[in-house]
Structure formats: structure tokens, C-alpha cells
Design a protein around this ligand. Structure first.
Ligand SMILES: CCCCC[C@H]1O[C@@H](O)C[C@@H]1SC[C@H](NC(=O)CC[C@H](N)C(=O)O)C(=O)NCC(=O)O
Length: 217
């Protein structure tokens, strides 16, 4: 169909996992970057945001909002959602756990004293989340059903973000480390991690300032 258009801030936030899925699915997309309150207010008056929130993804003549709904649509459409009901249940458990961890990272730029939160992220990552994936990757090369799924994409995204904040955090998780090595050989992922891709950089002060101005908080 016609082009896919993402409307979000010029940063990762809730949209980055969507960018990862589209990249792995090999789907080209364009971006409308929200940098001013006026842009957001026009979206509201045009009635484009069902709950007055972004991410907004225009795809297949639909204006999708709600990150989970958007990712479910993409994962189903591009065969990243498992081969049957039970595999999908596993994929959903892994996905929700990874989203919980990524949400903890996502809010860091918006809190005044992130240090204690970073310590908590480190503890939860090492004691609650990463051991699950280390065990799941003891033998299998993909998390679920012997094939690439959205769970693998979210694990790669999350593990790379963790290492940005906590270098060396994967030193006790060799299976995840070698999983990263395999996944980054995927041509679509190699391209997305390379220069000039649509991948967004770590949040900076400009991003935080724009989000606060656009959303007026
Ligand atoms: C303290 C955290 C602040 C984060 C602010 C935003 O920057 C991103 O990093 C996260 C959010 S995204 C922007 C936010 N969107 C959501 O919260 C969407 C939540 C929805 N359940 C989804 O999953 O898509 C927004 O539009 N709010 C307007 C407002 O509700 O009136």
C-alpha cells in the first residue's frame, strides 16, 4: 500500500520499538516530527489522535494510536508474532517484560534525580529480567518457536539501550551477548544500526524540552 507515516517527537520514547519492528520488517516509513505545541494542537483539531496522544502511525489508510495496538498490527502483518497461539503467549510475555524494562529507561530523562532510578534499573535488569532471556537462549538461537519474532527484536533493542546506560551489564549474560552478535548480522538490523538510518539517538535536553513544550508539562 501507500507510505507509512510516523508522528512523534524527535526521539525514542514509545515510538522507538515501532521503528525497530518496521525496520526488521523491511518497511520504509516517513516521520512527522512534533517539535511545537502548534503541531500537536493541529493534530487535536484535525481529530487525528483518538486519545489525544502520540505515537500515531498512519498505515494501510488507518490512523493507529496506542503503542501496543500499533505493534500488534505490524507484528501480525509482517509475520513477527509467532506461528501459533501458545508461541504468541510466550512472545507476549517476553514482550511485556521487555516493555516494562524499557519504560523504566524511557522516563529517566524526565525525572530530576535519575541516579537512584538507574540503580534500580540495574538491579531489576540483572536479577529479574536478563536471567529470563539468558535461560531462554541457552540452546535456541531465537526466543520463541525457533524463528525470529518481535520478542527477539525487542530484546535486542532493550539490551542495547541497557548497555548505553550500564556498560558491561551483559558481562554475566553470555547467551544474550552472543544473541546480539547473531541478530546484528541480520541485514535489516545492520542497516538500522548503521549511519543515516531512522534509528533515534539517546534522549538529550532538546528532546526533553520539546516534549515538555508540546505536551505542556
Ligand atoms: C514522565 C514520562 C513523560 C513521557 C512523555 C512522553 O515522552 C515519551 O518519552 C513518553 C511519552 S509519549 C507521549 C504521550 N503518549 C502516551 O502517553 C501514550 C500512551 C499510550 N498508552 C500508548 O502506549 O501509546 C502523550 O501523547 N501524552 C499526551 C497526553 O497524554 O495528553
Amino acid at each position: 500500500g501507500e507510505k507509512v507515516v510516523l508522528t512523534y517527537f524527535n526521539g525514542r520514547g514509545r515510538m522507538e520499538s515501532i521503528r525497530w519492528l518496521l525496520a526488521v520488517a523491511g518497511v520504509e516509513f516517513e516521520e512527522v516530527l512534533l517539535t511545537t505545541r502548534e503541531q500537536y494542537e493541529k493534530l487535536l483539531t484535525d481529530g487525528d489522535l483518538m486519545f489525544q496522544q502520540v505515537p500515531l502511525v498512519e498505515i494501510d489508510s488507518m490512523k493507529l494510536v496506542q503503542t501496543k495496538a500499533i505493534m500488534n498490527y505490524i507484528a501480525e502483518k509482517y509475520n513477527l508474532n509467532g506461528k501459533d497461539l501458545k508461541n504468541r503467549a510466550m512472545i507476549n510475555m517476553y514482550t511485556e517484560g521487555l516493555m516494562d524494562l524499557m519504560e523504566m529507561i524511557m522516563v529517566l530523562p524526565f525525572i530530576p534525580d535519575p541516579k537512584p532510578k538507574v540503580d534500580n534499573i540495574q538491579t531489576k535488569a540483572k536479577e529479574r529480567f536478563l536471567p529470563v532471556f539468558e535461560k531462554a537462549l541457552c540452546g535456541p538461537i531465537y526466543l520463541v518457536g525457533g524463528e525470529l519474532s518481535r520478542a527477539d527484536v525487542h530484546l535486542l533493542e532493550c539490551s542495547l539501550m541497557l548497555e548505553e546506560k550500564l556498560p558491561g551489564i551483559l558481562s554475566e549474560f553470555p547467551n544474550i551477548k552472543s544473541f546480539q552478535g547473531r541478530m546484528t548480522q541480520n541485514l535489516a538490523i545492520k542497516k538500522f544500526l548503521g549511519p543515516g538510518s531512522k534509528r533515534k539517538p539517546q534522549p538529550d535536553d532538546v528532546y526533553v524540552k520539546q516534549v515538555k513544550e508540546v505536551l505542556q508539562f
